[in-house]
Design a protein around this ligand. Structure first.
Ligand code: PLP
Length: 419
């Protein structure tokens, strides 16, 4: 109650902003994930790694736009690319010269991509991936995993979403190779695809075990189903995503977020024989229109980001930096004897109030959410912004001193709530 009162008193303009927005948007909101009680902060602007809210507070942004914001708020290369694209005119109503450049760069980076199609979001990329798998196999069932999030209309985090597209889903248990093996065998004649996040993102940064992904690779191959990795979040873990780190090749990979330079973006790519279904010259091809699929602003920002900023070496360094931060936080929690752990991989992590290693979304859901909430509000007071649910996605401009501050702020929280 006191924490809530502090928050309300400290942020009157954010509160007023929500009330104003509620006149024309349901609950004042257009992105459910950003809402939290009593009201979310409204940001006025961003610069580098910093956010400034409408009440004038400054925060280090540790949320990084749910992984899309890897470049920070004002990267000069991204800005220059977007300004050049604007100068050359938008809405060209035609093929342009940027889309093929970005496609070639991405196909060089992501091992499983012979070819790629662009979309406007990760959600759309997954919708297209599923459509491709169904068309390619002539089958109807899609295996997904309890706790998975593949976008606003393909979500199984905390149960299936009421607005999910009505595919014929088979819902399996994450990190349970034997269960998946049995389900794949059971549905083998109807199974079009197995769709999986190599690390559950929305359910709390829970990595898939390598062996689990290997089993999915082997079993889908056996029954002729398409294996789809949703690397919308994990593509940042190396230039080639988690698949490159593990050496496991899916048939299709979906991506999005930062790969479009922080602009609206999604992409679906994979084996040439599957992607060939989208060749407009293919009489059996399936259509995939989309006004903004090749919009010059995203294309230009994506190219600049990947060639000038998030190069392969930088990806390795960011992943290492994240690993060190997570290790540091876990060591601190142990030292202070608090029942808290930070899961994740590389620059992606999530706090869970639990001692036992969190390997399933059920374990994450079973944690006492109150401690996570208190941590969130504590960090706000410390000038640190992250997801209410505990997600951290490091951005490149976040400095070592910012990370040291996060550790120190966490230490103060652990002192307050530890043994
Ligand atoms: N897939 C995963 C793993 C995601 O984390 C997300 C978004 O958070 C999506 C798909 C959906 O992407 P978008 O929000 O761009 O539609």
């Amino acid at each position: 109650k006191a924490v809530r009162d502090d928050y309300v008193l400290r942020n009157p303009k954010s509160s007023a902003q929500l009330a104003q927005a509620a006149k024309s948007m349901p609950g004042g909101n257009t992105r459910t994930v950003l809402y939290y009680d009593p009201f979310p902060l409204a940001m006025a602007r961003g610069e580098g790694q910093h956010l400034f809210d409408v009440d004038g507070h400054r925060y280090v942004n540790f949320l990084g736009e749910y992984t899309a914001g890897i470049y920070g708020h004002t990267d000069p290369h991204i800005r220059e690319a977007v300004q050049n694209a604007l100068a050359n005119g938008v809405n060209l109503s035609a093929h342009n010269t940027l889309e093929s450049q970005l496609a070639a760069i991405l196909c060089d980076r992501i091992p499983s991509w012979d070819m790629v199609r662009f979309t406007n979001s990760g959600t759309e990329a997954n919708l297209v991936g599923i459509a491709l798998a169904k068309a390619f196999t002539g089958r109807s069932k899609i295996m997904v995993f309890d706790g998975a999030y593949h976008g606003s209309v393909i979500a199984f985090a905390g149960g299936a979403s009421p607005i999910n597209v009505p595919h014929d889903y088979v819902v399996a248990t994450y990190n349970d190779p034997q269960g998946a093996r049995e389900l794949i065998a059971q549905h083998k004649d109807d199974l079009a695809a197995v769709l999986i996040e190599p690390m559950l993102g929305a359910s709390g940064c829970i990595p898939a075990d390598k062996e689990f992904l290997q089993v999915l690779r082997e079993e889908t191959e056996k029954v002729g189903a398409v294996l789809i990795f949703d690397e919308v979040m994990t593509s940042r873990l190396s230039a080639g995503g988690r698949q490159a780190l593990l050496g496991i090749m899916p048939d299709i990979t979906t991506a999005g977020k930062y790969l479009g330079g922080g602009m609206s973006f999604g992409a679906v790519g994979g084996r040439a024989d599957i992607m060939g279904l989208m060749d407009p010259g293919n009489p059996k091809g399936i259509p995939h229109p989309g006004t903004f699929n090749n919009n010059v602003i995203t294309m230009a920002a994506g190219i600049a980001g990947l060639t000038k900023v998030y190069t392969a070496d930088v990806a390795v360094a960011l992943t290492k930096r994240g690993d060190r931060m997570r290790d540091g936080l876990n060591a601190l929690a142990r030292e202070k004897n608090v029942a808290v752990q930070f899961t994740g991989l590389g620059s992606l992590m999530n706090m869970h109030p639990a001692v036992e290693p969190v390997k399933t979304p059920q374990q994450a859901l079973g944690c006492d959410g109150r401690l996570r909430d208190l941590f969130f509000f504590h960090l706000i007071e410390e000038g640190i912004y992250q997801a209410r649910r505990g997600l951290v996605a490091l951005m490149l401009p976040v400095q070592q001193e910012d990370i040291d501050h996060y550790l120190a702020a966490s230490g103060r929280f652990f002192d307050r709530y530890g043994d």
